[in-house]
Design a protein around this ligand. Structure first.
Ligand SMILES: [Zn+2]
Length: 158
């Protein structure tokens, strides 16, 4: 008889998004993303970070202060990195992400042809960015569903 306690596709891909988030240099927010095809092949991964070549040690990571002293104008979100890291098509793909996408990422998601989003946290649901994101995603019919945790605990010794 085959093994029974293997992980589901959702657990597998959200697990990869969570692992990717561990690469983030942001001490406040670590977000990971994993994009897969309709037949469950991994197309791309990403996490939030400074643009390639921008020195992590010289860029600001603060959340407060004048805009140019904060991370906000500079950081590439996990979803955007995952979209841009892929050279081939993402059409019809499914995005796993540990935090509901902001409006800027939603635009890139829509333009890339991704048709489904599986998200973990929606902790900024009340923000205008998230509301704008949901408005656009809803209008174009990108399916959004919250990840349902199986409550499984997996430890990786690295
Ligand atoms: Zn974003």
């Amino acid at each position: 008889m085959k093994r029974q306690d293997y992980i589901s596709w959702d657990e597998y891909f959200m697990g990869i998004a969570l692992l990717s988030a561990q690469r983030s240099k942001d001490s406040n927010t670590q977000v990971g993303a994993c994009i897969v095809s309709q037949d469950n092949k991994i197309l791309s991964v990403g996490y939030n970070g400074m643009p390639t070549g921008c020195d992590d040690d010289r860029m600001p990571w603060s959340r407060e202060g004048s805009k140019l002293e904060t991370k906000y104008p500079f950081v590439c979100h996990a979803e955007l990195n995952a979209i841009l890291n892929r050279e081939g098509s993402l059409k019809g793909g499914r995005l796993y992400v540990t935090l509901f996408p902001c409006n800027e990422c939603a635009k890139a998601i829509i333009q890339s042809g991704i048709r489904e989003i599986v998200y973990m946290s929606d902790k900024y649901a009340d923000s205008e960015e998230t509301q704008a994101s949901k408005l656009m995603l809803g209008m174009v019919g990108v399916k959004c569903r919250q990840y349902e945790s199986a409550g499984r605990d997996i430890t990786l010794e690295l």
